[in-house]
Design a protein around this ligand. Structure first.
Ligand code: ATP
Length: 401
């Protein structure tokens, strides 16, 4: 249908970039990029007209549009930049030249393919930069020598794609990365861009190999000079991964910031001051910064107490309750004692659901006046229940009386 709209408007339309790459490399990708050799907003409006299975968002400033289909599929539409192709350096004008320039601005060859969506030559694969060869050879290559200087975040993207697809960064590309590191091209990156890249890496399916690769390139110090990948750190990253595997199978459906657990594991060797600096460099909002400093200290105390000796369930409960989910999982990952890991797992799967049978109404009926005493009584009942001291409603009544 996109091709039809293109034909009607007399504009050429292409599926581009990561979405074409993923046609060859994965099948579960639901974000689609489309480039229009014309006006993307006008195009998106024409496409959306008369359809009720999608919403349209437009960004005038960048001349882009986003289609959000009810099915969950999203589609980004961009306008191929004709102005580049008007510049003298871009001559001679060849067919598809505006989409070619759009593709030339991209990060790696594997992201530069396009598929024509217009009726005439629908499905034609356009590969100006030998992307197909690089996909076959499993190699990540930049398009030109200044690529990383132009945008140093591409260094992190290179490592992310390399690990995700099991590719290898090409020789020249690797040399260019080393050069970007040598001239410290990352200095001028804003905190949020730097964090965006780190977060993407920490959200990938497999995290540790990418961190090892960052370490090989001495890129961890870009985030903080004291950030290192020692054997201890590696062990903790493995434990974090195991903890996450356990978590996935536990069917707890609380929202989890996966990246945060890996981030805490990665930065575990930093002291409080260094952690604050790292959070600052990454441009974290004060709220997140405070959450991390406070909870990390609490989690550490929790690890120490839980692994000294097996704790009573009520004690485990009290220790873990003030922590956010990621920090509870950090405790699980950090402790080397099985009984402590088990305590956290029991907390997350069963203890969080335990409640005393008696409630405020019952206490009132028993003659207690509403007030802070209620909380005390209910907390005591909960602790007694967790520790198995009370099992029935009558046990609770007896305990209160
Ligand atoms: P993912 O699967 O992680 O979403 P992607 O490549 O599909 O990867 P985006 O990061 O959304 O997703 O990028 C979309 C396209 O934009 C890429 O295919 C790439 O061609 C281009 N792109 C993204 N970031 C850059 C960059 N820093 N420099 C150049 N091109 C980029």
């Amino acid at each position: 249908q996109m091709g039809k709209v293109g034909d009607d408007l007399g504009e050429d339309v292409y599926l581009v970039g990561g979405s074409v790459r993923d046609l060859f490399l994965r099948s579960d990708h639901l974000d689609i990029d489309v480039v229009v050799e014309g006006d993307a907003i006008e195009f998106a409006r024409a496409f959306a007209q008369g359809r009720d299975d999608l919403r349209l968002r437009t960004h005038k400033k960048f001349n882009t549009a986003k289609l959000l289909f009810d099915s969950g599929l999203t589609m980004d539409l961009a306008t191929a930049r004709l102005e580049y192709y008007m510049s003298p350096a871009a001559l001679p004008v060849v067919e598809h030249s505006s989409v070619k320039l759009d593709l030339y601005r991209r990060d790696f060859t594997i992201n530069t393919m396009a598929v024509r969506l217009n009726g005439r030559q629908f499905g034609l694969l356009i590969d100006f930069f030998e992307a197909m060869r690089d996909i076959k050879e499993k190699v990540i290559r930049v398009l030109h020598n200044l690529s990383f200087v132009e945008d140093p975040t591409r260094v992190f993207r290179a490592i992310r794609f390399e690990q995700r697809f099991g590719f290898r960064i090409g020789k020249l590309t690797e040399a260019l990365i080393k050069n970007a590191i040598k001239i410290d091209a990352f200095r001028r990156l804003t905190g949020s861009r730097l964090f965006g890249e780190l977060k993407h890496i920490l959200e990938e399916e497999s995290v540790t190999p990418a961190i090892e690769r960052l370490n090989e390139f001495k890129l961890l110090r870009v985030f903080h000079p004291a950030l290192q990948l020692t054997a201890k750190q590696l062990e903790l990253l493995d434990q974090a991964e195991e903890t996450l595997a356990w978590y996935r199978l536990s069917f707890i459906d609380k929202p989890l910031r996966r990246w945060l657990l890996y981030f805490l594991a990665l930065a575990d060797g930093l002291d409080e001051q260094q952690m604050t600096e790292l959070c600052q460099r990454l441009g974290f909002a004060p709220k997140l910064r405070e959450e991390i400093t406070e909870m990390r200290a609490k989690a550490l105390r929790c690890v120490n107490v839980l692994q000294r000796r097996a704790a009573r369930p009520s004690q485990t409960f009290e220790l873990l309750r003030p922590l956010g989910l990621e920090f509870q999982l950090l405790v699980m990952a950090k402790t080397s004692k099985d009984y402590a890991k088990k305590a956290v797992s029991q907390y997350l799967t069963t203890m969080v659901r335990v409640r005393p049978e008696l409630g405020g109404q019952d206490l009132k009926a028993m003659g207690y006046l509403p007030g802070p005493l209620y909380k005390q009584i209910l907390d005591t009942l909960l602790a007694a229940r967790l520790d198995g001291q009370v099992q029935t409603r009558q046990d609770e009544i007896d305990l209160v009386e």
